[in-house]
Design a protein around this ligand. Structure first.
Ligand code: NAG
Ligand code: NAG
Ligand code: NAG
Ligand code: NAG
Length: 566
């Protein structure tokens, strides 16, 4: 080849030829590389996180992550990839649905080709993120088009019944909040609920394999008390099919309301008759709250019980308390309607000694109330204004949104279970709660939750500090008859202010929580309480002094709202 030709004409011809040659060389290299990739490295269809990266064709996911199927000479690895033993017991004629798994792979676990029922589904786009399923804000009051959810494709159901469902959960991914992982759970649940053979108690057999390094299967989908065996990396379930059906009927995330309160723009009372017969018919249900570490919320709990009864609810009221509440206060709480149960408070092992949230994990005791089928937990700084009984129709965890992808733990639907309790306790040390409180903790454990309208746990804060926000919220706080189901009194509690005005106005960093109409609503409920209960809302002398100090500070600062003049 002549790269350095003589004359300028020659040069031009030569360089053209060169360009063509280089192009051809590159082209053939790419074609070769592409073919090589296709033929030689099937594993490259999957990205590093173990998710399928090839749109539309990922019936068969990567084999066991972390180094192939059976590591020779490593007994541990052998055991963890062995077949779940119930498969053998099923016998030769049994049909096994395979979710996210190749037939060849299933053969290694003793599922004969003839018995295998491959279940295909289109994997969600890798661009779909958790926050798309759990957006911070949704148009829940249908001011515009109303809320909607992205689609999570579920498998086409196989023909005929299957005796068991086997699923491989992705090993990598984004930990607990992984859309691909949720999809595999829902796909397995869908096949199990709709095609699984039910035993006499309506249960279906499901086995999920979760890699040792990955989180365990999502107990939001497959309840931990339905685990019948743990074998290596396999979790074997006898799952109640009806319960799975219920979950599949809900929106895929908090992108839509689990409990719609609105009929296209009109604010109506929730019509529970639209629901099928309650899942919990004939079972015990209760409202419950928790007091621990101090008596600071006794008045709040008294007012809460009173407010629930005012809405006409006859559900049981249960209050968990530790030894910090004195006898006289306990009698008042009982008189207000609470059935009392003493608990041992639970420390957050990550909290610093003496901090305000050191024992906030006491709320985990709610799961030990196993004589109840379902609970609606309500924080003691919440006032209920409209009947919340319809919440008992919704599953664990249904709650209102807080911010980002998380729920507010002030009002939650809970399904007590000793098994869930143990699972929560086991995670106390390793879960990092973003705020050190129970809310941060529960949001790491129950990442898949169901959205209740914000009106069931309406936060008393004017976060944008605009008159528009203040006027909309203040109208709702004052509405009579009430439009809100419950107000969550953030900031300084109403019983720690005088009735004349909201003393949050007088404290620099609490001013966004100030609302005189919300304050007045609390006091009007208070005033309707039995007169033997009202004294439990009196301020201590120390608090009175502190209040006056705060007022004087506001006066010195000449705060423009002028509440300090009162
Ligand atoms: C065997 O496998 C386990 C996990 O699968 C791993 O933690 C361990 O280091 C392996 N041991 C050897 C000797 O390879
Ligand atoms: C849960 O555990 C408690 C003891 O901690 C026990 O009294 C109760 O019966 C258990 N509930 C169930 C449903 O097993
Ligand atoms: C922890 O509980 C206390 C009441 O005991 C409450 O004032 C506080 O807001 C809670 N903190 C968090 C972060 O949940
Ligand atoms: C709200 O805005 C006003 C001015 O518009 C300002 O003076 C005040 O400090 C703000 N309050 C808060 C809580 O940010």
């Amino acid at each position: 080849m002549c790269f350095f030709g003589g004359g300028s004409a020659m040069k031009a011809v030569a360089s053209k030829a060169l360009v063509i040659k280089i192009n051809v060389a590159f082209l053939s290299f790419f074609v070769f590389a592409y073919v090589a990739l296709l033929l030689l490295r099937p594993a490259s269809f999957y990205d590093d996180s173990g998710n399928c990266a090839l749109r539309g064709g990922c019936l068969f996911m990567k084999k066991a992550e972390g180094g192939g199927l059976l590591k020779k000479g490593n007994r541990t690895a052998m055991e963890t990839t062995a077949a779940p033993s119930f498969l053998k017991a099923l016998g030769g004629g049994a049909r096994v649905a395979l979710v996210n798994m190749a037939e060849e792979e299933a053969e290694q676990w003793g599922v004969h080709r003839r018995a295998a029922v491959a279940v295909a589904f289109e994997p969600v786009s890798e661009h779909l993120e958790w926050k798309d399923l759990f957006p911070e804000w949704i148009d829940e009051e249908e001011e515009n088009e109303g809320p909607s959810c992205p689609e999570i494709p579920l498998p086409a159901l196989p023909a005929g019944e299957v005796d068991a469902v086997l699923a491989l959960l992705p090993c990598g991914g984004r930990g607990g909040r992984d859309v691909g992982r949720l999809q595999v759970h829902l796909a397995a649940a869908s096949v199990a609920a709709r095609r699984g053979r039910r035993d006499s108690r309506g249960r279906v057999r499901v086995a999920l394999r979760a890699c040792a390094a990955a989180p365990p299967p999502m107990m939001e989908v497959f309840r931990c008390d339905e685990v019948v065996a743990r074998e290596g990396e396999w979790w074997v379930y006898a799952a109640e099919a009806a319960r799975l059906e219920e979950k599949l009927a809900l929106p895929v995330g908090s992108c839509n309301l689990a409990m719609p309160l609105w009929e296209k723009g009109t604010d109506v009372v929730y019509d529970a008759s639209k629901l099928a017969a309650p899942a919990s018919a004939g079972r015990r249900e209760a409202y419950v709250t928790v007091l621990h570490s101090s008596e600071a919320y006794v008045c709040g709990a008294v007012a809460l019980a009173h407010s629930i009864r005012r809405t006409g609810s006859t559900r049981e009221l249960v209050l968990l308390h530790d030894r910090s509440i004195a006898g006289e206060k306990l009698r008042a709480l009982a008189a207000a309607g609470w059935s009392l149960r003493e608990i041992e408070r639970i420390r957050n092992p990550r909290a610093e000694r003496g901090t305000y949230n050191e024992y906030n994990y006491s709320k985990l005791r709610l799961w030990q109330l196993t004589d109840y089928h379902k609970l609606v937990f309500i924080d003691a700084d919440i006032l209920v204004l409209r009947n919340l009984d319809p919440l008992f129709h919704f599953p664990q965890i249904s709650a209102a949104g807080n911010d980002g992808v998380i729920f507010n733990s002030g009002v939650m639907v809970i399904e007590p279970s000793n098994c869930t309790f143990r699972a929560l306790m086991a995670r106390r040390a390793d879960v990092v709660s973003y705020n050190g409180g129970d809310q941060g903790f529960l949001n790491e454990v129950f990442v898949w939750w169901h959205r209740l309208p914000r009106r069931v746990n309406f936060l008393k804060n004017i976060w944008s500090n605009t008159t528009a926000e203040a006027s909309v919220k203040n109208r709702l706080f004052a509405a009579d008859p009430p439009e809100l189901y419950a107000i969550h009194y953030l900031g300084i509690k109403p019983w720690n202010c005088r009735r004349e005005y909201d003393c949050n106005w007088n404290v620099g960093d609490q001013r966004s929580y100030a609302s005189d109409p919300a304050h007045a609503t609390w006091w009007s409920v208070h005033d309707a309480m039995d007169e033997v209960l009202r004294p439990f809302c009196r301020m201590t002398e120390a608090r009175r002094a502190e209040l006056e100090e705060e007022r004087r500070w506001a006066e010195e600062m000449r705060l423009p709202d002028g509440h300090w003049r009162h």
